[in-house]
Ligand binder design. Structure first.
Ligand SMILES: Nc1ncnc2c1ncn2[C@@H]1O[C@H](COP(=O)(O)OP(=O)(O)OP(=O)(O)O)[C@@H](O)[C@H]1O
Length: 266
């Protein structure tokens, strides 16, 4: 694929090449190849059980495949020694669906924890960095609040502040807007796009929320449950009208939002 060859020569962003995902003998997906440039958002789509989370878990190095290759800025994820691999992992920020905030720590401590564990910053420098990261996600001055005191949308923002605590180059989002009302979800989408631009992040998001997909995705892939392959790749606004496979069009056409997009309203 020409796009992938260009990506490899540029040595920037994330390149996935010929990746096979399986649990034992059970094939989940095969022949996955795509490229996520810097300062862009890539959405992984597909029906429940098609392998979206499995792909995400491989990309953040929680699982490893024996076939295929993932590169971050030209560096192979799975052939590095332990120290290099750990250094690469520190350039990856993750927002899990549950947000994974520590309930016994306040928001400031949650965001500061990765800095305490992985940097030599002083307590004062960490305080400044925490304040800066919270301001970036619209939670300025909320350091002392406990996670349980925050709304769902604010918890996601706090989770994002922690995901960017170590100034990552790559940000992974697992169902970021799940469980949020439409207005809160829209605000979170706007924040994700702001972070992409302000921090020049390569963002990879798993989501099946159509309004989010159409809003945030610069590019996407559709993982097919039946053929166990990606059967569509492109901007969802193009795919909703022009995808070759009916299953992809049906997935993207299941709501009034999609009808508006298909009709050209944006
Ligand atoms: N740890 C595991 N061991 C064995 N099989 C698994 C494991 N995790 C997931 N699977 C299976 O792999 C397939 C893909 O699961 P995965 O969770 O990646 O799908 P998904 O697209 O993220 O689904 P959802 O949208 O429901 O979260 C499913 O058939 C699932 O049952």
């Amino acid at each position: 694929m020409a796009e992938l060859d260009k990506a490899q020569s540029l040595d920037e962003g994330i390149v996935v090449r010929d990746l096979r995902l399986a649990y034992g003998d059970t094939l989940v997906q095969q022949e996955l190849s795509f490229y996520v440039p810097r300062a862009s958002i890539f959405v992984i789509m597909g029906v429940s059980g098609c392998g979206k989370s499995t792909l995400l878990r491989h990309m953040i190095d929680l699982e490893q495949s024996d076939q295929g290759d993932i590169r971050f800025d030209g560096q192979r994820l799975w052939t590095r020694d332990a120290a290099e691999r750990a250094a690469l992992q520190r350039r990856i920020g993750v927002l899990f669906q549950s947000t994974a905030l520590w309930s016994s720590m306040n928001i400031g401590e949650n965001v500061g924890l990765p800095m305490q564990l992985h940097t030599r910053l002083s307590a004062a420098e960490i305080r400044d960095q925490v304040a800066f990261k919270l301001a970036l996600v619209g939670l300025a001055g909320q350091e002392k609040r406990m996670p349980s005191e925050l709304s769902g949308g604010m918890q996601k923002r706090a989770g994002l502040a922690r995901a960017i605590a170590l100034d990552p180059d790559y940000l992974f989002l697992d169902e970021p807007s799940a469980g949020l009302d439409p207005i809160t979800s829209q605000r979170l989408d706007a924040l994700i796009m702001n972070l992409r631009d302000a921090l020049q992040l390569s963002v990879v998001a798993v989501t099946h929320e159509l309004p989010s997909i159409f809003t945030i995705a610069d590019d996407s892939i559709y993982l097919d449950n039946e053929s166990r392959r990606a059967i569509a790749h492109g901007n969802p606004r193009d795919l909703v009208r022009h995808a070759e496979h009916a299953r992809v069009r049906a997935f993207l056409n299941r709501s009034s939002v999609a009808s508006e997009v298909a009709a050209g309203a944006s």
